[in-house]
Design a protein around this ligand. Structure first.
Ligand SMILES: [Zn+2]
Length: 452
């Protein structure tokens, strides 16, 4: 199975020696300001290359609908007006320029676009963001889909889903970086459609994506925050730890964040509520190197859970600090799947059904219990399935209650010794829409398509 690693290309920021570990999914400017648009209305230009490209297997109307749905999703969460124009422009702006003022979405095989994929031919898309290195204000964002890969809107095996890819890249265009919550649209990897599973149902924003959008574009006073510092027992900072919170009542993952080099973290845009907090090392399925580029190695520790729920209130920041032992984990689930094809992408599940989930990783032969942290997702029948290619395999039965709220749920494994490990947001519970591909999903049907 081919995996795609999408990389946020932030050229102005690349001048820095180290990127700071990021509060979940956001970019910071040199002056530690959020990288974001400072205006309310942003117009993207859809290159007419989409209508003639041999690698895009969809007609004009389907392509435009897919783009508009992707825009509508982010518009709904950010409150930004995200308009769409058609353009004869083919090429993203050069990194050596200050941009051409056009926020282009292109799939043309122009040299500047092809150069983005020269070293990483498996990437489905890349986004080049121009922003002021001091203020963080974005002035232009150009999205290129890989001219050498196939795209479709109907789940055709061997193609990437146009809409899922664009939704991911638009997140970058708005200032988001990658997330360590597996069910997030901003996870580092997008999966190609295959004959067994289509990713058509993996186009939606996760709760974690929504929190990131709110953190950037909604007034903080309307939401709560979680902040603090993770240290080792000797006082040293823990860099690159993934902190994620689950709604106490449902177990749904609401947001995640990553500790910076000084061990601090901050997660904004949170609904008020009671949350269970978990801290895990970023050693797979999503690894730190996929999110933060830094000369600092991630720290070594075992996953832990907060002893009691954390309360987050509107218009305030809840502080949670912890000291952890510097002990290497023995348990490390890395891959999962509903078939023998294991990968690092979330599993798409429907309420009312039971699934057999295969998990691969290190130390899984020691696992004696598995759970979901949710009253709506029952995990049972833990069975060792031997070892393949140095990974121990495990199968579990996952039953999603018919009343399970839509959202992202984690899988938790435990050993006899008492060590736990989570796969944050691994189970993406959704309800198949009756008109999944129809125009009815577009909230702003009066939004005109300008021609320029
Ligand atoms: Zn990406």
């Amino acid at each position: 199975m081919r995996l795609c690693l999408c990389i946020f290309v932030a050229f102005l920021l690349a001048a820095q020696a180290n990127l700071r570990g990021r509060a979940y999914t956001l970019q910071r400017s040199e002056a530690n300001r959020a990288v974001r648009w400072n205006k309310k209305s942003i117009r993207f230009a859809l290159s007419d290359s989409f209508f003639v490209a041999p690698n895009v297997r969809a007609d004009r109307a389907e392509i435009v609908r897919a783009v508009r749905r992707a825009l509508a999703r982010w518009s709904a969460e950010t409150g930004l007006h995200l308009g769409l124009a058609l353009s004869s422009t083919q090429s993203v702006s050069s990194s050596a320029s200050s941009g051409d003022g056009i926020n282009l979405i292109t799939v043309a095989d122009a040299p500047e676009n092809l150069a983005l994929f020269a070293d990483e031919g498996d990437l489905a898309g890349r986004t080049r963001v121009f922003f002021n290195p001091r203020s963080g204000a974005i002035s232009e964002a150009d999205i290129a889909l890989n001219p050498n890969l196939l795209f479709s809107t109907d789940g055709t095996p061997g193609t990437f889903d146009l809409e899922a890819t664009l939704t991911h890249e638009l997140g970058h265009a708005l200032g988001l970086a990658h997330s360590a919550v597996l069910g997030s649209i901003m996870r580092p990897r997008l999966r190609m459609n295959d004959a067994r599973e289509s990713v058509v149902d993996l186009r939606q924003l996760a709760e974690d994506d929504r929190a990131a959008a709110r953190a950037l574009y909604r007034p903080n006073a309307e939401w709560g925050s979680l902040m603090g510092k993770l240290l080792f027992a000797d006082g040293g900072p823990i860099f690159g730890a993934h902190i994620f919170i689950e709604e106490a009542a449902t177990g749904r993952v609401i947001a995640g964040g990553i500790t910076r080099e000084d061990g601090s973290y901050r997660i904004d845009g949170l609904p008020a509520g009671s949350y269970n907090l978990r801290i895990e090392p970023m050693d797979g399925p999503i690894e730190l190197g996929e999110i933060a580029r830094s000369s600092y190695a991630p720290n070594v520790f075992r996953a832990v859970a907060s002893e009691r729920p954390i309360e987050v209130a509107f218009n305030s920041a809840t502080e949670f600090n912890a000291k952890l032992e510097n002990v290497a984990p023995k348990l490390n689930p890395r891959l999962l799947g509903l078939t023998a094809h294991l990968s690092a992408v979330p599993l798409s599940l429907v309420p009312g059904r039971t699934y057999t989930v295969l998990i691969g990783g290190e130390g899984l032969d020691e696992v004696v219990a598995a759970s979901s942290d949710s009253p709506y997702v029952a995990v049972e029948e833990v069975r060792s399935q031997g070892e393949v290619a140095g990974l121990s395999l495990l199968s579990v039965s996952v039953r999603v209650d018919a009343a399970a709220p839509v959202g992202e749920y984690s899988l938790r494994l435990q050993t006899m010794e008492g060590e736990s490990a989570w796969i944050a947001g691994a189970l993406l519970v959704h309800r198949p829409a009756p008109i999944a591909l129809g125009a009815a999903e577009i909230p702003d049907a009066t939004d005109p398509i300008w021609l320029d």
